[in-house]
Design a protein around this ligand. Structure first.
Ligand code: GDP
Ligand code: MG
Length: 439
């Protein structure tokens, strides 16, 4: 009976590991949620299988249950798949940078072209030319011209009687004469993929050799976006994505599918009808939106923070009573690693930024890893009672950690220094500068 009770308790308070059984219910929920957000069925299937494999055997944090833990893992995985924060347009060092906008009709190409033009003109001080290559949809040219006027960007057009490729050719010539930095080609779309359009776009691509070929992805589209994205990518090799209509209430799961298929970054988010409504992409926010389980994610993050706090408090308490052992040192390393790059962390403190510029993060990490390995090669008794470490024990530890005895000695003396500091602090004597310099 007690064993069963124990097991049940573990399920409530965490401490256990993630297993097939305790993950399954939550993974079902996650699957439903992703499908509701319009993530493609096959993408969901593969995604869930991957997460399952990754999560299996992971420790469950205290105070949350395995299901909640799974959601956090899923969230982080989605964020990872969605890609990096700082994706940017690639500009040529010299000469004219060219951007081609492609996508199905009504997904927001023309609007996004104007938004990007405005952004590059105002924020990056580029001399921009917009080119009206949609000569098919009635009023498409006027639409771009009106937008161009409103943002004070020149629009190149030869009217609806000249083909898209010829328009592009002459636009390039014009851009050279006028010394433009950036030319954005707004192209025609169709309601569905169609080979005529693809041929026209391929021809244009060969001519303008775009530095960026951006596909607009409507956040409101559903399952069929997968076929569309694959087709565009196979025939044109797109270099980036622009997510549009993010101001709507769709959860935008289609983007996860498109990212999975194309593996190109999201450069911009278009979120409104006004030309100013353009944002950088935040994978974190997008992951929240697609998964739609933000509360659980927050809960788990808080639990993780609390856990870190508890470790800190435990160490602080021990230090106050004058104790500092290898176990405390190990806890500290763990905390430091969690906080990420030391340099970045210290750099955030006003005034310290310059001082830490030359700090070698990698070296520090290496030395922390080596120290961790040494402590992990000690027995529990040795970790708490470092004074027992004589030659034979040191030899064994050095072998176990794959380091020299000298390294073990060095770590022991850092511990002794920490102990000295702790003793001084606990007795109320703050170390003076002379003793600090000796460290
Ligand atoms: P295109 O056919 O791909 O060139 O698409 P358009 O740029 O002409 O956009 C189609 C419709 O969607 C227009 O009515 C736009 O005003 C609208 N639209 C485009 N982007 C956004 C957006 O981010 N949010 C909203 N709410 N509407 C948008
Ligand atoms: Mg258009």
């Amino acid at each position: 009976l007690s064993e069963r009770l124990n097991k049940a308790l573990k399920n409530i308070t965490g401490q256990g590991k993630l297993t097939e059984a305790n993950m399954n219910d939550m993974l079902k929920e996650v699957r439903m949620s992703l499908l509701e957000a319009d993530v493609n069925y096959n993408v969901v299937k593969e995604f869930i299988a991957n997460v399952k494999e990754k999560a299996l055997g992971q420790e469950v944090i205290d105070s949350i249950n395995p299901g909640q833990m799974v959601v956090k893992i899923v969230h982080d995985e989605i964020r990872e798949l969605l890609g990096t924060e700082d994706a940017r347009l690639h500009f040529k060092k010299t000469g004219i940078t060219t951007v081609m906008m492609v996508g199905l009709q009504g997904t927001g190409k023309t609007t996004a072209s104007a938004k990007i033009a405005r952004y590059c003109k105002d924020k990056l001080q580029k001399r921009v030319l917009l080119v009206a290559c949609d000569v098919i949809r009635p009023a498409a040219i006027e639409q771009l011209q009106t937008l161009g006027q409103s943002i004070d960007v020149e629009v190149f057009s030869l009217g609806a009687d000249v083909g898209a490729v010829e328009t592009a050719r002459q636009a390039m010539q014009y851009a050279k004469e006028r010394q433009k930095d950036l030319v954005i080609f707004d192209t025609a779309g169709r309601l569905h993929i169609d080979q005529d359009l693809m041929n026209e776009l391929s021809e244009m691509k060969q001519l303008v050799e775009p530095d960026e070929l951006l596909l607009t992805v409507d956040a409101m589209t559903g399952q069929d976006i997968v076929t569309v994205a694959r087709e565009f990518n196979e025939q044109l090799a797109i270099t980036g994505l622009v997510v549009t209509k993010m101001d709507g209430d769709a959860r935008g799961g289609g983007l996860l599918s498109v990212r999975t298929i194309t593996n190109v970054p999201v450069l911009f988010v278009s979120n409104g009808e006004k030309v100013e409504d353009l944002e950088a992409f935040h994978p974190d926010r997008m992951a929240d939106r697609i998964l739609g389980m933000g509360d659980i994610v927050t809960l788990v993050e808080q639990a993780q923070e609390k856990l870190d706090m508890e470790v800190q408090e435990k160490t602080a308490k021990r230090m106050k009573s004058g104790i500092f052992t290898f176990n405390d040192m190990l806890d500290q390393f763990g905390q430091m690693k969690k906080m990420g790059s030391m340099q970045r962390m210290l750099g955030m403190i006003p005034g310290l930024g310059n001082m830490v510029k030359n700090l070698d993060d990698e070296k520090m990490n290496d030395s922390m890893n080596r120290s961790q390995a040494i402590i992990q090669s000690m027995t529990p008794y040795e970790r708490e009672n470092p004074s027992c470490l004589k030659a034979s024990r040191k030899n064994r530890i050095a072998k176990g950690a794959g380091v020299k005895v000298m390294d073990v000695n060095r770590l022991i003396s850092s511990l002794e220094q920490m102990q000295m500091m702790t003793k001084m602090m606990s007795s109320g004597n703050m170390p003076n500068m002379a003793s600090l310099q000796a460290m």
